[in-house]
Design a binder for this molecule. Structure first.
Ligand SMILES: [Zn+2]
Length: 465
């Protein structure tokens, strides 16, 4: 696999050299000066970081359907309105409205150690337990196969505890997440099919931590909906130890979360019209909603503020994009993706021609590069810009691209779906927790991200894709 990729990259590099004369005349010297100006501006600007402070501290977390999500829509619309863009507008979208309710209770009652409270957080979309809560024995598994083997007899009436940890040998923590998150999404259905009454899922995190990590879970038509919660990695370890000692222990779970009727919300969009090919559109975006724990700072306040900052820099530096550039703040990525779906639906309906969409939804950390889901020719073109980008630490260009919100655009013409890829080491310390707060975002790292996206957007707008 690795060898194949390397070989392909080498072949593409050769193809690039051969193909270059056929491409639009590129002035590398002028481009490198423009990109330098973008970075100089980003690194010395405080506007976007101040905006992030406002979004996280004054508005706060922004779960779809919440008053804060509504406030974030109106505030970010006003922020872009004041920038003198060519167009700022909203796209209506109906979103799910799940509420957490009272603080959850997770309590182990052990024959030897007595009672111990565990840090848990209801998974998004979960049903509640009823006001009285539920109490049941716990059965621990590391995989769905293991659960299947236990069968109905050993699972019926119990709480299934999914405790497969992150594989910490992965350099990219996204891969570790990918190897564990099936438990969170698919746990409740698999457990309910065998008659379980509840689910606990080990938090999606690399480290041993006090804080639980929430996130979406799923139910299935015709399968009982059972309550599901994330348990902190520290308490997952502790619960596992306690079970070794006392497999009969009892777990008391109380959650009052519920799903209310859908609510009208919006994607927020700001646009700079292209001077030469306005019909060709480049999107740069993040998602405005967040989980209801913490402040949605890295996930995804930074992505939204960076996207707005790309437009700010273009205005301030008097860069007139040849193609249309849109900052899109998508609504409802976390528990429904309705904003991303609506954006793609309207793009298709209005016959819009997107050439590329870039999403920043991996935290406001030091940039590493981009993942590009596009044609071989598009990837070759991006590779031809390598020397313009590597001085800024953008070394990683691979074809593992995309992003949740831009995903629904796939297949509309030859739109390339590009994921902005910052360093991933700290992302899952904060992801979906109460400590995803403004204080954990570094201004320079965040600004380097804005500049990275602005540099790529500039090249895309100048030369097409
Ligand atoms: Zn996100």
């Amino acid at each position: 696999m690795l060898f194949k990729t390397t070989l392909r990259t080498a072949l593409l590099a050769v193809a690039t050299v051969v193909a270059l004369p056929a491409m639009a005349q590129q002035n590398y010297a002028a481009d490198s000066i423009t990109i330098r100006k973008i970075y100089d501006n980003a690194l010395t600007s405080y506007e976007s970081y101040d905006n992030l402070r406002y979004l996280t501290k004054k508005i706060g977390n922004r779960l779809s359907g919440s008053p804060q999500a509504a406030a974030a829509v109106e505030w970010s619309r006003q922020v872009m309105d004041k920038m003198g863009l060519d167009r700022v507008y909203l796209q209506e979208v109906m979103v799910p409205h799940w509420v957490r309710g009272e603080k959850e209770i997770g309590r182990v009652t052990n024959s030897r150690a007595g009672a111990a409270d565990m840090n848990i957080a209801a998974l998004g979309g979960s049903v509640g337990t009823g006001a009285k809560g539920i109490s049941a024995q716990v059965v621990e598994v590391k995989s769905f196969e293991e659960l299947e083997k236990l069968g109905k007899k050993k699972v019926q009436g119990k709480i299934v505890f999914f405790n497969r940890p992150f594989d910490n040998t992965h350099l990219n923590t996204m891969q570790a997440y990918g190897g564990a998150v099936d438990q969170r999404g698919g746990g409740p259905v698999a457990a309910a099919k065998l008659g379980a009454v509840g689910v606990l899922v080990r938090s999606m995190a690399n480290e041993v931590q006090e804080v639980p990590h929430t996130g979406s879970t799923r139910y299935q038509e015709g399968v009982a909906k059972i309550p599901a919660a994330a348990i902190s990695t520290k308490h997952a370890n502790q619960l596992s130890d306690l079970l070794q000692d006392d497999p009969q222990l009892n777990f008391y779970l109380r959650m009052t979360c519920e799903t209310l009727p859908d609510v009208l919300s919006y994607n927020v969009i700001g646009e700079l019209k292209g001077t030469e090919k306005p019909e060709e559109i480049i999107v740069v975006g993040g998602h405005l909603d967040s989980w209801d724990l913490g402040e949605g700072a890295h996930d995804d306040g930074t992505g939204c503020m960076q996207s707005i900052d790309v437009l700010r820099m273009f205005k301030e530096l008097n860069i007139k994009p040849k193609r249309t550039v849109r900052a899109v703040l998508f609504m409802n990525e976390e528990n429904g993706l309705r904003g991303g779906l609506k954006y793609a639906e309207l793009a298709k309906k209005n016959n819009e021609k997107h050439i590329a969409a870039i999403e920043s939804d991996a935290g406001g950390f030091t940039p590493r590069g981009f993942g590009i889901d596009g044609t071989a020719a598009q990837f070759a073109k991006a590779k031809s810009w390598h020397n313009l980008l590597t001085p800024y630490g953008l070394h990683d260009l691979n074809r593992d691209g995309g992003g949740a919100d831009i995903g629904p655009l796939k297949g509309q013409g030859t739109v390339a779906l590009i994921g902005f890829r910052p360093d991933s080491q700290r992302y899952f310390d904060y992801h979906h927790t109460e400590i995803d707060v403004f204080e954990n975002v570094n201004r320079r790292e965040m600004q380097l991200g804005s500049a990275s996206m602005a540099a790529l957007v500039y090249l895309l707008a100048e030369y097409g894709f």
